[in-house]
Design a protein around this ligand. Sequence first.
Ligand code: ADP
Length: 377
Amino acid sequence: TKCIAVITSGGDAQGMNAAVRAAVRMAIYNDARVFAVHEGYQGLVEGEDFIKEMTWSNFLIVLILKGGTIIGTARCQEFRAKEGRIKAAKNLVGRGISNLMVIGGDGSLTGANLFRREWTELLTILIERGEIPENSLIEYPVLNIVGLVGSIDNDFCGTKMTIGADSALHRILECANAIITTASSHRRTFVLEVMGRRCGYLALISGLAIGADWIFIPEVPPEDGWEERMCAQLKAARNVGNRLNIIVLAEGAVDIHGNAITAEQVKQILVKYAQQDTRITVLGHVQRGGSPSAFDRILGCRMGAEAVLSLLESTVDTTPFVIGLQGNDMIRVPLMECVEKTRNLAKAMDEHNFEAALDLRNFGNTLSIFKGCNYYS
Ligand code: ADP
């Protein structure tokens, strides 16, 4: 019988519970045993009660409604050091587990891949120390891993959507609806700051869905003179009868020189040059909270199920995969290729190499809509 451990690590995202639940049930349905690791890699290092075998009824249906991750997540320094990973390997071998499904961001997946690469070395050390049986390497020659990406930012290369991004969008729209009624009553302008330090997905898509007057995303910084163009566009909207203006700003927005554009700065410009009564709302962690959307629940289910199937099919030679969404299909993509692309994208953003970043990001035609909607002429 194959034994699979499921772990959620890094930042939480709505839909992770659906993924864990589907993984647990798909594993049991296929006669595998499945364990939930609590509190991310910390639980893997600690062992004991942090690693619990799951049954069919462990994940009651009501848990699908919940955001976050009920098995907990954590950042874990110990797992970054080899001694921590030795403990983790011991805890897995002790339970007969050599299959690991990780739901997290690129950090968590990099950690999983390193753990897999070191497996033989870690087990050899444990055998030498007499902490696991001599035949452990014969019984567990490889650690099979599979990754799922949970991230509200949708900032991972290899899947069209990450688990949690759609729910975050819903949350932003709910907040925007609330703001729009008060903004309209007072004829105000609102600068809505949404998450996305290096990724403008949430700002771009929510901005289009709201019908925002102006959108700032880090990948497409506005050209010099944007202050005048933005003011002209907002004033023009008022002149044709709009009672409010909405600007959506990603937290990592920059200008073409790479200087940060902050909500406060945008507000000052609007007050001074457009004489608009302007307020700022920073959405922050509400974007991570609350119930997952239908899309994220189903995405989590499909990814969790596919991840378990890929583990059940894997052999000693299988390369590790990330489960991605392409079109309406679940696909298996080489994990390290995705992590590397994602890293390159982050690097391009840090170096303000916007062209390279956009190439990797692939916003599709939403980008031309962004330009058409953003720049008044
Ligand atoms: P995310 O998975 O959301 O990118 P982090 O980068 O914080 O979040 O990673 C989550 C955890 O994964 C870390 O706390 C650490 O335990 C583990 N991890 C991340 N990077 C590595 C690495 N290079 N080697 C080993 N473990 C890592």
